[in-house]
Ligand binder design. Sequence first.
Ligand SMILES: [Zn+2]
Length: 408
Amino acid sequence: MRRLLLFFLPLLFSSALAFPADHSTIACVGGKVYTSPTAPAIENAVLLIENGKITSVAAQSQIKHDLPQSAQRLDCKDKVIVAGFWNSHVHFETGWQDAANVPASKLDAHMQEMLTRWGVTTVWDLGSDPNNTVAIRRRVEAEEVAGPKILMAGDIFPKNGHPVYLPPEMQLPEAASPEEAQQMAQQYMKAGFDGIKLFTGAFMGAKPTVNMDTAIVKAAVDVAHAQGKLVFTHPQNRTGVDNALAGGVDILAHTIPTEGQFTPEELAGMKRKHTALIPTLTLWTTVVQDPAVADQLVQAGVTELKQYFSKGGTILFGTDVGFQSKYDTTQEFEFMGRAMPWRDVLASLTTNPSQFFKATNKGRIEKGMDADIVVLDADPATDVRNFSKVAYTIRAGKIIYSGSKKSQ
Ligand SMILES: [Zn+2]
């Protein structure tokens, strides 16, 4: 009886097995591969992925051996292959409640809609309900849900700096003194957070922005740096940027479009301290009702991005998605393309965050690197918006998004 069952099982389930259960070997055949933002493209390439790692990448004409029999073959003809994308500013907030208990299929669908269909293989959650994000991360790592690697930052707000756009009943950690900031940062480090985010400027609507004192910033930064962890800031205004820089913050999580531009002193300080900038340009289309005002904010954000990029500053792609609800990344690429060439946009998605966050096995398509891969339907060299046209997203050698039915 058992033998009979085993015999019939493959037949019964063969139609459901569009992807073999064992994904350990994948061969992407025939695509154009940009192995890094600076390398020339490899045309008509074969990219081999085994056990979560890239084991070879070369032009098809250079391949001497047959592909492994077990390899799942992805037809990548007319497609463009780049390393997996980082979104260094997201939130698992709107629509992600009760992640420990909702069906995996629901989380999976939302993950696809918000992140994986846009090529995202690593994210920084810069502030959501931490228990909820931990639940999401656990279910992703257990492979119940197809999703990116999730890194988390713990938030600290200034005293009386509860931003108007967050529900008033939400309990926020406000630091009134350097000692309090130090304690909060220590708690975050002890709880295993990957970084910290400081609201060095909290938006209060019609009332003036509440800024965090530099001494408080520094107290939290010192704790994080002692653990080798990095600190983000939500700056909101010029004082928010200046206090963050003076206190040693590592990453500006937004531009400051209401200020119009960065000052020469700010740019010099950012460059000297190797501060990274996350532009979040799409966000500026969502924060005001008047489209003319939104346009001005976007333009100012583009100007600031261009200022820092031109100085040689580090740019990290990030959209604040999950707080704002424009999941489609097309517009962000269009805006970034106004300030920088497509290869540098690719760096902001891949090599820059991998270097900045010391993920040395990510960011490039090379033998031995993590198999975090995006297969695009069109070439970003001809239009930077093509970074949003994703056919497959592969993380650690597993297909976590497939928009094409051409696989075999
Ligand atoms: Zn945010």
